[in-house]
Design a protein around this ligand. Structure first.
Ligand SMILES: Cc1cc2nc3c(=O)[nH]c(=O)nc-3n(C[C@H](O)[C@H](O)[C@H](O)COP(=O)(O)OP(=O)(O)OC[C@H]3O[C@@H](n4cnc5c(N)ncnc54)[C@H](O)[C@@H]3O)c2cc1C
Length: 462
């Protein structure tokens, strides 16, 4: 009989992070990934020598999350050493430094930052149903300070266009992390070798520590007996191990971690064994209106175009053509290997309600307006474009709106089923992204082990 300590469904960064930690701790781990390669939503395609991510990956906060995992399992986390060095924001018809918002109220800004840094994360947990503006207005009358924080949240695509849809708790968690670790509102890095390599490195370390990573294996269900998880069922012939009954194979383990994004979770989770309220939490977060829709384009360029610095990350609120919030940057400035020598790559996008994805005519109009918007922001763009590739994605995440974050998301431990866990940045976690997903891997791995691992002791877990 094929028996493991932990079966992990999904070979994205969450599953591989949890797997790498557990394998390092001596657990017999198997990761099952339905696609032919690991990485999940971290995916790259190559077009004419340009490397395009599914979205515009920028890796935030790696210091105490993914970076710490790499160190713990004996891998080197290397970034290109080039950082975003400016954040121009477009408003009132011109580019401004984002700090201009609070230029006349610096002391007030510093006072709010000091309060964020001095607060415990636990205090922010009480704000899962509170808009950021409500929290800010209780502390400051400075419109500049409020505009700064809200613009940042909009550029980070937290809640959509409406102020009351920005969650105080998730925003403050992230700010405390950034200000506390680096004394800046935000920081990001670009991993040397690209994003997929992060995942193949983690997969390699799982194998090196005696675990397995099986690709091309789709889990069809999770088996539960007497309120405890027993293992998973995979399709016939997909894996050369397990107990075959002629059609399917059953793999057995005391713990199963499901890392499918929440909107796919019920394709494998044993709904009939879980409390209805927990299933309802999953269904609520998965509703189309609670998810984000991302559209934008990549542009191959002969010359870089930018507002202040090639390494900038720009943003805008209510763009003059789309009326939406967006961002842009030059991936090739952070990692020249993503473009052929002497060429450049630009990426821009807008995150908005998914209803737009259902309306083809309106979406095409918005794509055209985004073209106009970018030409307006960067008058040189037209001159230097070699080609443009539009993209749209419904799999970015769940909005971080009050009532849809923190305690309102399903807990990592599935209630009423011993040994069953969910992990990833669409469940109980904070903010969106690769590093935040990896932190979920830390949380669940430590929960299975029943203790904090000293290497992560002072890191943020969920
Ligand atoms: C367009 C876009 C842009 C983004 N931009 C950024 C960014 O700039 N910065 C950033 O930090 N993050 C960004 N993200 C978010 C980041 O990609 C995710 O947070 C992260 O990759 C999530 O990892 P995960 O392992 O939790 O989930 P996933 O990567 O979705 O992994 C789940 C895995 O489960 C597998 N699977 C599904 N069903 C089964 C099954 N039945 N059996 C076996 N395997 C199964 C899937 O194939 C997948 O590999 C972006 C995401 C998107 C979509």
């Amino acid at each position: 009989m094929s028996r493991h300590d932990v079966i992990i469904i999904g070979g994205g960064v969450t599953g591989l992070s949890a797997g790498a930690i557990l394998a390092k701790q001596g657990k017999k781990v198997i990761v099952l990934e339905r696609r032919p390669e690991v990485g999940g939503r971290i995916a790259e395609t190559t077009v004419d020598g340009y490397t395009l991510q599914w979205g515009g990956h920028i890796l935030e906060d790696t210091g105490s999350g993914l970076g710490r995992i790499f160190e713990y399992v004996g891998l080197e986390f290397e970034d290109t050493g080039v950082r975003n060095d400016a954040c121009p924001v477009f408003y009132d018809g011109a580019w401004h430094d984002i700090r201009d918002y609070y230029a006349n109220d610096r002391d007030e800004y510093k006072r709010i930052v000091a309060e964020i840094v001095a607060s415990d994360y636990d205090e922010f947990e009480k704000l899962d149903d509170t808009p950021l503006r409500t929290w800010l207005e209780a502390r400051t009358q400075s419109q500049g300070v409020i505009d700064f924080f809200e613009s940042l949240a909009k550029i980070e695509s937290m809640g959509g266009e409406r102020w009351y849809d920005i969650s105080a708790s998730d925003f403050l968690y992230t700010r405390k992390l950034h200000y506390g670790e680096r004394r800046v509102a935000g920081y990001s890095v670009w991993p040397k070798g690209g994003y997929v390599k992060l995942c193949t490195d983690l997969a390699g370390t799982i194998k090196a520590n005696g675990g397995s990573v099986e690709t091309g294996v789709k889990v069809s269900s999770i088996t539960v007996e007497n309120g405890a998880v027993k293992g998973v069922v995979v399709g016939r012939g997909e894996i050369p191990i397990g107990d075959y009954d002629g059609e399917t194979a059953t793999l057995r383990a005391d713990h199963v971690i499901c890392t499918l994004p929440i909107w796919d979770a019920l394709t494998v989770l044993p709904e009939e064994h879980m409390p209805k309220w927990y299933v309802d939490q999953i269904k609520e977060a998965s509703k189309p209106e609670n998810r984000t829709f991302w559209f934008g384009f990549y542009a191959a360029l002969n010359e870089p175009v930018y507002a202040r610095s090639p390494r900038e990350l720009t943003g805008w609120v209510k763009g003059p053509y789309t009326g939406m919030d967006g961002w842009s940057f030059l991936p090739s400035a952070l990692d020249p290997s993503v473009a052929p020598e002497g060429k450049h790559l630009l990426c821009c996008g807008v995150v908005t309600d998914p209803s737009l994805s259902q309306n083809k005519a309106l979406l095409n109009q918005k794509f055209d307006e985004l073209d106009q918007e970018m030409d307006h922001f960067f008058p040189e763009l037209k001159k230097h474009v070699i080609w443009k590739k539009r993209h749209k994605v419904l799999t970015y995440n769940v909005w971080q709106r009050p009532g849809l974050v923190g305690v309102y998301r399903p807990a990592n431990k599935v209630p009423a089923v011993d040994g069953l866990w969910v992990a990833g940045d669409t469940y109980r976690s904070r903010m969106i992204g690769i590093d935040r997903a990896a932190r979920s891997g830390i949380t669940v791995a430590e929960s299975i082990l029943g203790e904090r691992i000293s290497a992560f002791e002072n890191t943020w877990r969920y």
